[in-house]
Design a protein around this ligand. Structure first.
Ligand code: HEC
Length: 104
């Protein structure tokens, strides 16, 4: 019974702490200012783990196939290059304000 009360107290304290952070506005989520190390770490860990989980069932195709690369190149041009840029390009209207900046 004692352990249940302790767990309940910890849950209430945790929810209270989360609500305090949420409603105080102390965490700046704006993309035009770098996050604190803690917030950056939390976001990166969350993102990395979400990608790992979502990508588990994806089978990497044979990327040595030239036709596949050509097909992907067209898709990349239309869907990705605005932010991830293309060879010889150092920035675009889209890429300038991205934070975190995507790898090129
Ligand atoms: C609107 C802008 C935008 C577009 C369009 C876009 N991306 Fe991104 N992408 C980003 C940003 C910003 C990040 C970095 C996110 C981070 O580090 O948290 C990113 C990250 C990634 C990453 C992880 C590695 C890295 O660069 O940080 C991959 C892989 C990726 N994008 C693939 C794609 C592909 C494939 C497309 C097209 C189908 C695409 N993206 C289109 C903005 C974009």
């Amino acid at each position: 019974m004692k352990i249940v009360k302790l767990l309940l107290l910890l849950a209430v304290l945790g929810i209270g702490a989360a609500a305090t952070v949420m409603f105080s506005g102390v965490v700046n989520v704006a993309a035009d200012e770098p996050h604190s190390d803690l917030v950056y770490w939390l976001l990166e860990e969350t993102r990395e783990n979400a990608i790992k989980k979502a990508a588990q069932a994806i089978e990497v195709p044979d990327l040595s196939e030239p036709e596949l690369l050509l097909t992907g190149g067209v898709d990349y041009e239309f869907m990705c290059s605005g932010c991830h840029l293309k060879p010889g390009q150092s920035e675009s209207d889209m890429s300038i304000g991205l934070y975190p900046a995507p790898l090129i």
